[in-house]
Design a protein around this ligand. Sequence first.
Ligand code: FAD
Ligand code: SIN
Length: 518
Amino acid sequence: MQTSTDFIVIGSGVAGLRAALELANGGRVTVLTKDRLDESNTEYAQGGVAVALSDDDEIDLHVEDTLIAGAGLCDETAVRVLVEEGPRYITELIEWGAQFDREGGELAFTREAAHSRRRILHAHGDSTGREIVRALIAAAKKHPNIQLTAHAATIGLTVENGRCVGVQFIDPSESLRREVFARAVVLATGGAGQLFAQTTNPSVATGDGMAMAYAAGAMMCDLEFVQFHPTVLALAGAPRFLLSEALRGEGAILRNHDGEAFAKRYDERGELAPRDIVARAIVAEAQRTNQNCMFLDLTHLDAGFLRERFPKIFETCLRYGLDMAKDLLPVSPAVHYVMGGVRTDTHGRTTLPGLYAAGEVACTGVHGANRLASNSLLEGLVFGARAGAAALGDALPSPAKAESEPIEFDLSDWRLDQRTKARVQELMWWKVGLLRRAEELQSAVAELTQLAEEKINRRTRNFVTLARLMAEAALWREESRGGHYREDFPARDDKHWQVHSAQSLNQPIQSIARISEA
Ligand code: FAD
Ligand code: SIN
């Protein structure tokens, strides 16, 4: 394969593909992705993409909803960039061929929790991510400067004289380790839901990019903020399949085992309260009634409407013996999104020169302590493009070196040790989960520190290290806010904690006032 290039993008979700299309304006771009091109969190996105484009919407309302969901920790500059530039990038995506659902020829907008307007565009009902990936891959394949390389796992970032100058990856065709140099590197490796036993994220979401960036010296921020999606199918033998928030946006009701609609008892916004509140309400109601799950009720909605509006969810439920129009759907929360990540400014620059980050791997401060539903596909487009543009503008005139000779690579050095992975996932779920307490967090940190000292390969150590960083950040923040809830500190404490956690290699955790001043 051809590896001599100008720019490297790691990951082929919405952020990586959009960054690649921007970089291609200024040189050859190699996109390395560890699985199939279309295997990513983006591919599974259901509900849609939030954008202030409808006639009754306003930029300021979308900004306000995002800031409220973010619980006092959003970086307002980043939020304004997201919301103000969003319409332009969505319009561009439509020009590139993305087909969002329409009603009478006009774009159709749905509602999701904590949005004050119907502002969510969707595609094929509930397969929005797949349509976005399809359109972006088609655009990238057409571009002569972009080389898309599937099944090429990046295993490390090469840093020389304090600058990221390239990456090491496993060649897809042979058991070889290659090192390729570039004028700039964009990290778009997505999230880390796989750190937890219960997650909506596919198996590729193991946080590789976060761990590699940390190991290379980049600063991580806000890792304590983990979003749990409230309504994930809870059926023995079935995967943790997402039951989109858009179902509640269209009128689905949460019921307990007695059939009582309970959500309004926990928050006056009921089913449409922010995700963290709905997730905790489900857990509290389950505990109060001594049950493992609650139910999502759509039986009052028209069967034809449900089948047409949510075809993928309808079919998937049927496969597990549930007819959405007739049956209550068992649900409980699962880990869905990590708000924290590699610290960047609003142009995707990390604290490590030469390295840019965009999408779920990055922390721009745009989501604060809790992401507003459907803001992350938009984030991938807007900040993917901005990271690409900045990387292009700041880049070295040429790569630091020519590619070195590939070397034999033992694939077992890269495979995630399954025993350790399962231990970490259970530990994170039970001790660093939706409801946290100091004793359990301390025990998680101790166990993860010990695990990292065991004889494990580099990748497994990365996985364990990222889990430890999350547990340490969760222990550090002695308050509750957004996606971080401490039973021992249940109140939000703006006086002491309206700050961000910052973690860097070989340094104690510290607080910083703003993300985007990187
Ligand atoms: P991803 O789309 O996850 O892409 C990451 C890429 O990096 C993948 O191609 C992966 O294979 C690759 N990669 C990872 N590690 C390596 C490595 N070591 N080497 C090479 N490549 C690597 N958000 C919304 O806004 N609206 C929604 O409706 C919505 N629904 C969702 C539904 C589900 C089930 C899930 C899981 C998430 C949903 N989200 C939604 C969140 C959203 O999909 C993601 O946050 C967003 O798509 C992330 O995009 P990304 O490009 O940053 O990462
Ligand atoms: C959903 O469809 O509920 C997911 C939306 C999101 O995560 O933004």
